[in-house]
Design a protein around this ligand. Structure first.
Ligand SMILES: [Cu+2]
Length: 69
């Protein structure tokens, strides 16, 4: 199990939070998604078959690309 915090500049309202939470939760292996509009961060806990790369790809696909750290 792995927990990664992604900074997502496009998070601007609770609708964004909802979209990210539902879409990323649909990825196989993702356990929890905690997105926050004030910090513009999403804390995502996942296990195989989900990978960091797959989550980045999913976020990018739904128009919430994470900022490179
Ligand atoms: Cu929004």
């Amino acid at each position: 199990m792995k927990t990664v915090t992604y900074t997502i500049p496009n998070i601007s309202c609770s609708h964004c939070v909802h979209t990210i939470t539902t879409e990323v939760s649909d990825v196989a292996g993702v356990k929890t998604v905690m997105a926050d509009k004030d910090s513009k961060q999403a804390v995502i806990t996942f296990d195989s078959p989900a990978t960091e790369e797959l989550i980045v790809a999913t976020l990018t696909e739904i128009n919430y690309p994470p900022a490179l750290s």
